[in-house]
Design a protein around this ligand. Structure first.
Ligand SMILES: [Cu+2]
Length: 74
């Protein structure tokens, strides 16, 4: 799985778009407060995530728990 924990800048209240290419259906686990679990399908999915407060937010693949990115939200 890539990326593996890259730090990405994001802005409070502005959507972050994930273009997911996967060989199986699954979900993301966004460690925001409250947490978010957008789901993706086998093939390509486009997911939008909005974080509504500043901080460092980890985004994992839900099933494996693998870290994909850290959103540095300001
Ligand atoms: Cu998680």
């Amino acid at each position: 799985m890539t990326p593996k924990g890259d730090r990405i800048d994001a802005k409070v209240g502005e959507p972050v778009t994930f273009i997911v290419q996967s060989d199986r259906a699954g979900g993301l686990h966004v460690h925001s407060s409250p947490e978010q679990t957008p789901e993706f399908v086998k093939g390509m999915s486009i997911l939008e995530v909005v974080i509504d407060r500043p901080g460092l937010v980890e985004v994992e693949e839900h099933e494996s728990g693998a870290l994909i990115v850290q959103l540095e939200v300001r």
